[in-house]
Design a protein around this ligand. Structure first.
Ligand code: ATP
Ligand code: MG
Length: 390
Protein backbone atom coordinates (compact mmCIF):
# COMPACT_ATOMS: atom_id res chain seq x y z
CA UNK A 1 0.00 0.00 0.00
CA UNK A 2 1.47 3.38 -0.84
CA UNK A 3 -0.84 5.08 1.66
CA UNK A 4 -0.58 4.85 5.44
CA UNK A 5 -1.02 7.04 8.48
CA UNK A 6 2.06 8.56 10.06
CA UNK A 7 1.92 8.70 13.86
CA UNK A 8 4.09 11.14 15.81
CA UNK A 9 4.76 11.07 19.54
CA UNK A 10 7.05 12.97 21.85
CA UNK A 11 10.33 11.16 21.96
CA UNK A 12 12.32 13.73 23.87
CA UNK A 13 11.39 12.65 27.36
CA UNK A 14 11.90 8.99 26.55
CA UNK A 15 15.19 7.19 26.90
CA UNK A 16 16.48 3.65 26.50
CA UNK A 17 14.22 0.86 27.72
CA UNK A 18 11.44 3.30 28.54
CA UNK A 19 11.24 4.39 24.99
CA UNK A 20 11.03 0.84 23.64
CA UNK A 21 8.23 0.00 26.07
CA UNK A 22 6.38 3.21 25.24
CA UNK A 23 6.57 2.62 21.49
CA UNK A 24 5.52 -1.00 21.78
CA UNK A 25 2.59 -0.12 24.02
CA UNK A 26 1.49 2.71 21.74
CA UNK A 27 1.63 0.50 18.64
CA UNK A 28 -0.43 -2.23 20.35
CA UNK A 29 -3.02 0.31 21.50
CA UNK A 30 -3.30 1.82 18.02
CA UNK A 31 -3.90 -1.64 16.52
CA UNK A 32 -6.47 -2.65 19.12
CA UNK A 33 -8.48 0.58 19.20
CA UNK A 34 -8.44 0.97 15.42
CA UNK A 35 -9.27 -2.67 14.74
CA UNK A 36 -12.23 -2.44 17.12
CA UNK A 37 -13.48 0.77 15.46
CA UNK A 38 -13.05 -0.26 11.83
CA UNK A 39 -13.71 -3.99 12.11
CA UNK A 40 -10.62 -4.59 10.00
CA UNK A 41 -7.38 -6.08 11.36
CA UNK A 42 -4.92 -3.17 11.41
CA UNK A 43 -1.14 -3.51 11.09
CA UNK A 44 1.55 -1.13 12.30
CA UNK A 45 5.25 -0.68 11.63
CA UNK A 46 7.77 1.13 13.73
CA UNK A 47 10.25 3.34 11.96
CA UNK A 48 12.77 5.66 13.45
CA UNK A 49 10.72 7.62 15.97
CA UNK A 50 7.47 7.13 14.08
CA UNK A 51 4.73 4.55 13.85
CA UNK A 52 3.13 3.79 10.50
CA UNK A 53 -0.42 2.51 10.48
CA UNK A 54 -1.74 0.50 7.56
CA UNK A 55 -5.34 1.62 7.46
CA UNK A 56 -7.75 3.36 5.14
CA UNK A 57 -8.01 7.06 5.81
CA UNK A 58 -11.59 7.98 6.61
CA UNK A 59 -13.72 9.51 9.34
CA UNK A 60 -13.79 6.27 11.34
CA UNK A 61 -10.02 5.83 11.41
CA UNK A 62 -9.42 9.52 12.07
CA UNK A 63 -11.85 9.50 14.99
CA UNK A 64 -10.39 6.27 16.42
CA UNK A 65 -6.83 7.65 16.33
CA UNK A 66 -8.00 10.74 18.18
CA UNK A 67 -8.80 8.39 21.09
CA UNK A 68 -5.38 6.72 21.36
CA UNK A 69 -3.50 8.43 24.21
CA UNK A 70 0.21 8.88 23.55
CA UNK A 71 -0.28 10.21 20.01
CA UNK A 72 0.95 13.79 19.65
CA UNK A 73 -0.33 14.23 16.12
CA UNK A 74 -0.85 12.24 12.95
CA UNK A 75 -0.97 12.59 9.18
CA UNK A 76 -2.38 10.53 6.37
CA UNK A 77 0.58 10.19 4.00
CA UNK A 78 1.89 8.69 0.81
CA UNK A 79 4.99 6.55 0.51
CA UNK A 80 7.31 7.64 -2.28
CA UNK A 81 10.68 6.23 -3.39
CA UNK A 82 13.48 8.54 -2.19
CA UNK A 83 14.29 9.84 -5.68
CA UNK A 84 13.98 13.53 -6.55
CA UNK A 85 11.85 13.07 -9.69
CA UNK A 86 9.39 10.81 -7.85
CA UNK A 87 9.18 13.21 -4.93
CA UNK A 88 8.55 16.17 -7.24
CA UNK A 89 5.59 14.53 -8.93
CA UNK A 90 4.22 13.30 -5.60
CA UNK A 91 4.35 16.84 -4.18
CA UNK A 92 2.48 18.20 -7.22
CA UNK A 93 -0.13 15.44 -7.10
CA UNK A 94 -0.71 15.73 -3.37
CA UNK A 95 -1.04 19.52 -3.65
CA UNK A 96 -3.51 19.06 -6.49
CA UNK A 97 -5.52 16.59 -4.40
CA UNK A 98 -5.53 19.01 -1.47
CA UNK A 99 -6.83 21.85 -3.67
CA UNK A 100 -9.53 19.61 -5.11
CA UNK A 101 -10.70 18.68 -1.64
CA UNK A 102 -10.38 21.95 0.29
CA UNK A 103 -10.07 24.65 -2.39
CA UNK A 104 -7.04 26.83 -3.00
CA UNK A 105 -5.35 27.70 0.29
CA UNK A 106 -4.28 31.30 0.89
CA UNK A 107 -0.70 30.26 1.53
CA UNK A 108 1.64 27.30 1.79
CA UNK A 109 5.10 26.18 2.71
CA UNK A 110 7.22 23.07 2.27
CA UNK A 111 8.51 21.46 5.43
CA UNK A 112 11.27 18.90 4.96
CA UNK A 113 12.75 16.66 7.62
CA UNK A 114 15.51 14.18 6.85
CA UNK A 115 16.67 11.09 8.69
CA UNK A 116 19.40 10.57 6.05
CA UNK A 117 21.57 13.25 4.55
CA UNK A 118 20.52 12.56 0.98
CA UNK A 119 19.06 14.43 -2.02
CA UNK A 120 20.90 17.70 -1.39
CA UNK A 121 22.96 19.87 0.87
CA UNK A 122 20.27 20.59 3.44
CA UNK A 123 16.58 20.18 4.18
CA UNK A 124 16.16 23.91 3.48
CA UNK A 125 17.51 23.42 0.00
CA UNK A 126 14.84 20.77 -0.63
CA UNK A 127 12.21 23.16 0.80
CA UNK A 128 13.27 25.84 -1.68
CA UNK A 129 13.41 23.54 -4.66
CA UNK A 130 10.01 21.96 -3.99
CA UNK A 131 8.52 25.36 -3.15
CA UNK A 132 9.62 26.72 -6.51
CA UNK A 133 8.04 23.77 -8.32
CA UNK A 134 4.73 24.24 -6.50
CA UNK A 135 4.73 28.01 -7.24
CA UNK A 136 5.37 27.34 -10.89
CA UNK A 137 2.60 24.75 -11.14
CA UNK A 138 0.08 26.64 -9.00
CA UNK A 139 0.85 30.38 -9.49
CA UNK A 140 -2.11 31.41 -7.30
CA UNK A 141 -0.42 29.90 -4.20
CA UNK A 142 1.66 32.25 -2.05
CA UNK A 143 4.53 31.16 0.15
CA UNK A 144 4.20 31.90 3.86
CA UNK A 145 6.85 30.39 6.08
CA UNK A 146 5.40 31.74 9.33
CA UNK A 147 1.74 30.93 9.23
CA UNK A 148 0.81 28.89 6.18
CA UNK A 149 -2.68 27.48 5.62
CA UNK A 150 -1.20 24.45 3.88
CA UNK A 151 1.99 22.71 4.97
CA UNK A 152 3.33 20.17 2.52
CA UNK A 153 5.47 17.84 4.57
CA UNK A 154 8.35 15.70 3.34
CA UNK A 155 10.06 13.12 5.49
CA UNK A 156 13.11 12.02 3.59
CA UNK A 157 14.28 8.53 4.55
CA UNK A 158 16.78 6.11 3.09
CA UNK A 159 14.71 4.21 0.51
CA UNK A 160 11.15 5.36 0.96
CA UNK A 161 10.07 8.85 1.95
CA UNK A 162 6.73 10.23 3.13
CA UNK A 163 4.68 13.10 1.72
CA UNK A 164 1.75 14.58 3.62
CA UNK A 165 -0.50 17.65 3.46
CA UNK A 166 -2.57 17.25 6.60
CA UNK A 167 -1.63 17.12 10.25
CA UNK A 168 -4.21 16.33 12.96
CA UNK A 169 -3.77 16.93 16.65
CA UNK A 170 -3.70 13.71 18.68
CA UNK A 171 -5.08 13.36 22.22
CA UNK A 172 -1.58 13.69 23.83
CA UNK A 173 -0.96 11.87 27.13
CA UNK A 174 0.63 8.44 27.64
CA UNK A 175 -0.35 5.05 26.22
CA UNK A 176 -2.88 3.21 28.40
CA UNK A 177 -1.12 0.35 30.15
CA UNK A 178 2.12 2.25 30.67
CA UNK A 179 1.15 3.49 34.13
CA UNK A 180 -0.57 0.90 36.32
CA UNK A 181 -4.19 0.16 37.10
CA UNK A 182 -6.83 2.23 38.83
CA UNK A 183 -10.45 1.75 39.87
CA UNK A 184 -12.82 4.59 38.97
CA UNK A 185 -15.88 5.30 41.11
CA UNK A 186 -18.43 5.92 38.42
CA UNK A 187 -21.75 7.60 39.14
CA UNK A 188 -24.14 8.47 36.35
CA UNK A 189 -23.06 12.12 36.50
CA UNK A 190 -20.98 14.39 34.31
CA UNK A 191 -17.79 14.45 36.37
CA UNK A 192 -16.76 10.89 37.10
CA UNK A 193 -16.62 9.73 33.43
CA UNK A 194 -14.36 12.69 32.63
CA UNK A 195 -12.17 11.85 35.64
CA UNK A 196 -11.87 8.23 34.44
CA UNK A 197 -10.75 9.38 30.97
CA UNK A 198 -8.22 11.77 32.53
CA UNK A 199 -6.70 8.76 34.33
CA UNK A 200 -6.56 6.86 31.02
CA UNK A 201 -4.80 9.85 29.53
CA UNK A 202 -1.96 9.48 32.03
CA UNK A 203 -1.50 5.86 30.98
CA UNK A 204 -3.47 4.04 33.70
CA UNK A 205 -5.75 1.14 32.82
CA UNK A 206 -9.20 1.86 34.32
CA UNK A 207 -11.78 -0.52 35.81
CA UNK A 208 -15.11 0.74 37.12
CA UNK A 209 -17.27 0.43 40.20
CA UNK A 210 -20.79 1.76 40.51
CA UNK A 211 -22.87 1.94 43.69
CA UNK A 212 -26.35 1.09 42.57
CA UNK A 213 -29.31 2.39 44.53
CA UNK A 214 -31.39 -0.69 43.81
CA UNK A 215 -34.20 -1.35 44.83
CA UNK A 216 -34.87 2.38 45.30
CA UNK A 217 -33.72 3.50 41.85
CA UNK A 218 -34.74 1.89 38.58
CA UNK A 219 -32.92 -0.11 35.95
CA UNK A 220 -32.42 3.04 33.84
CA UNK A 221 -29.85 4.31 36.37
CA UNK A 222 -27.70 1.23 35.84
CA UNK A 223 -28.18 1.23 32.06
CA UNK A 224 -26.91 4.78 31.95
CA UNK A 225 -23.73 3.82 33.80
CA UNK A 226 -23.25 0.82 31.48
CA UNK A 227 -23.53 3.15 28.51
CA UNK A 228 -20.93 5.44 30.06
CA UNK A 229 -18.58 2.49 30.58
CA UNK A 230 -19.01 1.60 26.92
CA UNK A 231 -18.03 5.16 25.93
CA UNK A 232 -15.02 5.32 28.29
CA UNK A 233 -13.79 1.89 27.19
CA UNK A 234 -13.38 3.25 23.66
CA UNK A 235 -10.30 5.05 24.98
CA UNK A 236 -8.53 1.89 26.17
CA UNK A 237 -7.16 -1.05 24.21
CA UNK A 238 -8.85 -3.72 26.36
CA UNK A 239 -12.38 -2.95 27.55
CA UNK A 240 -12.62 -3.32 31.34
CA UNK A 241 -15.66 -4.53 33.28
CA UNK A 242 -18.08 -2.64 35.51
CA UNK A 243 -18.45 -3.84 39.11
CA UNK A 244 -21.93 -3.12 40.37
CA UNK A 245 -22.41 -2.88 44.14
CA UNK A 246 -26.02 -3.17 45.38
CA UNK A 247 -26.14 -0.13 47.65
CA UNK A 248 -29.75 0.93 48.24
CA UNK A 249 -30.43 -1.35 51.21
CA UNK A 250 -27.15 -0.35 52.79
CA UNK A 251 -28.02 3.32 52.42
CA UNK A 252 -31.38 2.66 53.99
CA UNK A 253 -29.74 1.00 56.97
CA UNK A 254 -27.31 3.93 57.34
CA UNK A 255 -30.20 6.37 57.12
CA UNK A 256 -32.07 4.64 59.94
CA UNK A 257 -29.11 4.86 62.30
CA UNK A 258 -27.38 8.18 61.56
CA UNK A 259 -27.83 11.94 61.56
CA UNK A 260 -28.97 13.12 58.14
CA UNK A 261 -26.46 16.01 58.05
CA UNK A 262 -23.46 13.68 57.83
CA UNK A 263 -25.04 10.84 55.90
CA UNK A 264 -23.61 11.81 52.53
CA UNK A 265 -20.12 11.60 53.99
CA UNK A 266 -20.78 8.26 55.58
CA UNK A 267 -22.04 6.94 52.22
CA UNK A 268 -18.90 8.24 50.58
CA UNK A 269 -16.64 6.65 53.19
CA UNK A 270 -18.46 3.35 52.71
CA UNK A 271 -17.99 3.62 48.95
CA UNK A 272 -14.28 4.22 49.43
CA UNK A 273 -13.90 1.26 51.79
CA UNK A 274 -15.83 -1.08 49.49
CA UNK A 275 -13.90 0.08 46.43
CA UNK A 276 -10.65 -0.35 48.30
CA UNK A 277 -11.62 -3.90 49.30
CA UNK A 278 -12.28 -4.65 45.63
CA UNK A 279 -9.05 -3.05 44.40
CA UNK A 280 -6.49 -5.87 45.07
CA UNK A 281 -8.51 -8.30 42.96
CA UNK A 282 -8.23 -5.88 40.03
CA UNK A 283 -4.62 -5.05 40.89
CA UNK A 284 -5.76 -1.44 41.16
CA UNK A 285 -3.27 0.78 42.96
CA UNK A 286 -5.50 3.84 43.39
CA UNK A 287 -9.12 4.98 43.28
CA UNK A 288 -10.39 7.75 41.00
CA UNK A 289 -13.29 10.07 41.75
CA UNK A 290 -14.86 13.01 39.94
CA UNK A 291 -14.77 15.38 42.91
CA UNK A 292 -13.58 18.97 42.66
CA UNK A 293 -13.04 21.45 45.44
CA UNK A 294 -16.11 23.36 46.46
CA UNK A 295 -18.34 22.17 43.65
CA UNK A 296 -21.14 21.17 45.98
CA UNK A 297 -21.57 21.53 49.73
CA UNK A 298 -20.27 18.01 50.34
CA UNK A 299 -17.02 18.66 48.45
CA UNK A 300 -15.25 21.07 50.79
CA UNK A 301 -11.61 20.35 51.55
CA UNK A 302 -12.60 19.40 55.09
CA UNK A 303 -15.07 16.83 53.79
CA UNK A 304 -12.60 15.49 51.26
CA UNK A 305 -10.14 14.99 54.10
CA UNK A 306 -12.77 13.16 56.10
CA UNK A 307 -13.64 10.96 53.14
CA UNK A 308 -9.94 10.33 52.46
CA UNK A 309 -9.23 9.11 55.93
CA UNK A 310 -11.41 6.07 55.20
CA UNK A 311 -8.86 5.01 52.56
CA UNK A 312 -5.43 3.46 52.79
CA UNK A 313 -4.66 3.55 49.04
CA UNK A 314 -4.49 6.89 47.19
CA UNK A 315 -7.76 8.48 46.13
CA UNK A 316 -6.94 10.49 43.01
CA UNK A 317 -9.18 13.34 41.90
CA UNK A 318 -8.14 14.43 38.40
CA UNK A 319 -10.76 17.20 38.34
CA UNK A 320 -9.96 18.63 41.74
CA UNK A 321 -9.31 22.18 40.48
CA UNK A 322 -11.65 22.20 37.49
CA UNK A 323 -14.65 24.51 37.18
CA UNK A 324 -17.93 22.87 36.27
CA UNK A 325 -17.82 24.67 32.89
CA UNK A 326 -14.44 23.18 32.11
CA UNK A 327 -15.66 19.71 33.03
CA UNK A 328 -18.74 20.11 30.84
CA UNK A 329 -16.60 21.27 27.91
CA UNK A 330 -14.36 18.21 28.33
CA UNK A 331 -17.35 15.87 28.66
CA UNK A 332 -18.69 17.22 25.37
CA UNK A 333 -15.36 16.83 23.63
CA UNK A 334 -14.85 13.31 24.98
CA UNK A 335 -18.37 12.25 24.00
CA UNK A 336 -19.83 11.42 27.42
CA UNK A 337 -21.94 14.53 28.02
CA UNK A 338 -25.23 13.59 26.34
CA UNK A 339 -25.28 10.24 28.13
CA UNK A 340 -24.40 11.85 31.47
CA UNK A 341 -27.34 14.25 31.33
CA UNK A 342 -29.89 11.56 30.57
CA UNK A 343 -32.42 11.64 33.40
CA UNK A 344 -32.02 8.83 35.93
CA UNK A 345 -32.19 8.69 39.70
CA UNK A 346 -28.90 8.94 41.57
CA UNK A 347 -28.28 6.76 44.60
CA UNK A 348 -26.48 9.57 46.39
CA UNK A 349 -29.57 11.68 46.75
CA UNK A 350 -31.38 8.77 48.39
CA UNK A 351 -31.99 9.42 52.06
CA UNK A 352 -29.59 12.37 51.90
CA UNK A 353 -30.04 15.80 53.39
CA UNK A 354 -30.51 18.79 51.17
CA UNK A 355 -28.11 20.73 53.37
CA UNK A 356 -25.22 18.43 54.20
CA UNK A 357 -22.61 19.46 56.73
CA UNK A 358 -19.94 21.63 55.17
CA UNK A 359 -17.40 20.76 57.86
CA UNK A 360 -17.85 17.24 59.04
CA UNK A 361 -15.48 16.53 61.88
CA UNK A 362 -13.92 13.14 61.87
CA UNK A 363 -14.78 12.62 65.53
CA UNK A 364 -18.42 13.15 64.84
CA UNK A 365 -18.32 10.79 61.85
CA UNK A 366 -16.64 8.12 63.97
CA UNK A 367 -19.42 8.44 66.57
CA UNK A 368 -22.06 8.02 63.90
CA UNK A 369 -20.28 5.11 62.27
CA UNK A 370 -19.96 3.39 65.66
CA UNK A 371 -23.72 2.91 65.53
CA UNK A 372 -23.40 0.84 62.39
CA UNK A 373 -22.08 -2.68 61.78
CA UNK A 374 -19.55 -1.25 59.29
CA UNK A 375 -17.65 -4.48 58.54
CA UNK A 376 -20.85 -6.39 58.04
CA UNK A 377 -22.17 -3.73 55.64
CA UNK A 378 -18.96 -3.85 53.63
CA UNK A 379 -18.93 -7.64 53.48
CA UNK A 380 -22.56 -7.73 52.42
CA UNK A 381 -21.87 -5.19 49.67
CA UNK A 382 -18.90 -7.14 48.37
CA UNK A 383 -20.68 -10.48 48.33
CA UNK A 384 -23.49 -8.87 46.29
CA UNK A 385 -21.23 -7.46 43.58
CA UNK A 386 -22.21 -8.20 40.01
CA UNK A 387 -19.70 -7.99 37.19
CA UNK A 388 -20.96 -6.49 33.93
CA UNK A 389 -18.91 -6.85 30.78
CA UNK A 390 -20.38 -4.26 28.49
P1 ATP B 1 -20.54 13.15 39.27
O1 ATP B 1 -20.87 14.19 38.25
O2 ATP B 1 -19.34 12.32 38.90
O3 ATP B 1 -21.73 12.33 39.68
P2 ATP B 1 -20.98 14.94 41.39
O4 ATP B 1 -20.58 16.32 41.07
O5 ATP B 1 -22.40 14.54 41.31
O6 ATP B 1 -20.07 13.93 40.56
P3 ATP B 1 -20.94 13.75 44.01
O7 ATP B 1 -22.29 13.22 43.85
O8 ATP B 1 -20.53 14.46 45.24
O9 ATP B 1 -20.45 14.71 42.87
O10 ATP B 1 -19.94 12.51 43.80
C1 ATP B 1 -18.55 12.69 43.91
C2 ATP B 1 -17.85 11.48 43.33
O11 ATP B 1 -18.17 10.31 44.09
C3 ATP B 1 -18.27 11.15 41.93
O12 ATP B 1 -17.56 11.91 40.99
C4 ATP B 1 -17.96 9.68 41.84
O13 ATP B 1 -16.57 9.47 41.59
C5 ATP B 1 -18.29 9.19 43.23
N1 ATP B 1 -19.67 8.68 43.26
C6 ATP B 1 -20.77 9.33 43.64
N2 ATP B 1 -21.87 8.54 43.54
C7 ATP B 1 -21.42 7.36 43.07
C8 ATP B 1 -22.05 6.10 42.75
N3 ATP B 1 -23.37 5.91 42.88
N4 ATP B 1 -21.27 5.09 42.29
C9 ATP B 1 -19.95 5.26 42.16
N5 ATP B 1 -19.31 6.40 42.45
C10 ATP B 1 -20.03 7.44 42.89
MG1 MG C 1 -23.28 12.76 40.93
Amino acid sequence: MDRAVLIRYHEIALKGENRRAFEERLAINIRKILTRATGIQVKTQREHGRILVETDWNETSREALSRVFGITNFSPMRRVPSIMTELRSAVIEETQAYIQKYGTPASFRIFTRRTEKILGESSMQIDREMGAIVCEKFPELKVDLENPVLTIGLEIRKDTSFVWTNKMLGPQGLPVGSNGNVLALLSGGIDSPVAAIEALKRGARVSYVHFYGTPFVGQEALEKVEDLVRLINRYQPDPQPLYVVPFGKIQEQVALATDKRVRTIIYRRLMIRIAEALAPKLRAQALITGESIGQVASQTIENMATINSAATIPVLRPLVTHDKDEIIAKAKRLGTFTTSIRPAADCCTLFADRHPAIRAQLERIHEEEARLPMNELIERAISGIEIKRV
